[in-house]
Design a protein around this ligand. Sequence first.
Ligand SMILES: [Zn+2]
Ligand SMILES: [Zn+2]
Length: 344
Amino acid sequence: MRAVVYLGPERLEIHQVPIPTLRPDEVLVKVRSATTCGTDVKTYLRGHPKYPPPFLFGHEFAGDVVEVGELVDNFVPGMRVTASCFGPCGACYPCKHRQENLCVNMIHNFAAYAEYVRLPGTFVRWNTLVIPEHMSYPQAALLEPLSSVVHSHKLVQVQPGEIVAILGGGGAVGLMHLQLARVAGAAQVIVVDKNPLRLEYARQLGAVTIDASLGDPLPAIQDLSEGRGADVVIESAGAKQTWEAAPVIARRGGRVLWFGGLAGGAKIELDAATIHYGEIILYNTHGNAPADFWEACNLVSSGLIDTQLLLSGEMALGQTEEALKRMIAGEAMKVSINPELSDE
Ligand SMILES: [Zn+2]
Ligand SMILES: [Zn+2]
């Protein structure tokens, strides 16, 4: 089969690799859509902190079950499915405490930009779901990132009537935060971003926008909140500057959610007095647990989360690098890679 292989920063190639063979508890899926992701962009540009190249690439996908191992009884060929990229063990301390996203034996599935993907047993048991008939494959591929956003909102718990500011809020994940905050009843969602296309999409989804390329967004956020600052500040850019800005933008007694990860070894500097005397509550979040995945599916299936603006068309497997470059240039949100399309 054809698969995208990551060879190092800014080096992707299509290789012929064997179709994976299954162990008795595994499932083989024919990929119908694999969506590009900000994490892929980061890996493409600077490598992955945990995985040395070469490796197969891509982690958000949906497709059809084509083969199941002899011990699998919950999936049969022909089912339309998607799976998280996290495979928790189900047996460790965090797993037993309903914190499967923090599993100490977690395995990851990074091989979605390919014609077929193998789901290891832990994914089959925990983190694979059959998608509703009316949900498209690209929509289903978005459930993986959406479930991480859902997970983070269970921590920060936006309350009805609150003002939420999202830093780096115009990317696909930022637009998911924006929509979830509105579903939770936020009175106002303020999106701060630099990219005109992203700001336009945020406005279409009901946000008030601030163009960060014009300077410090703090005065505008204070103007919009009667001088207090936002009740909730969500950092969705994955940048040191916005991590440090978030507690300053929050009101006294407000909450900060650091969602966007920083590079390994990154350090941040915070003013202890601002946080201490302002009783700023700081939330961190990582990945998603099986329950979040199911709830993400319900949110898209019911239409509460609109996926239309999050997807910028379809491209072929051989155009994966081009798709990532379109994201880097700020011309695309997520691109659906369809292995059935010809590269021509
Ligand atoms: Zn992703
Ligand atoms: Zn575990």
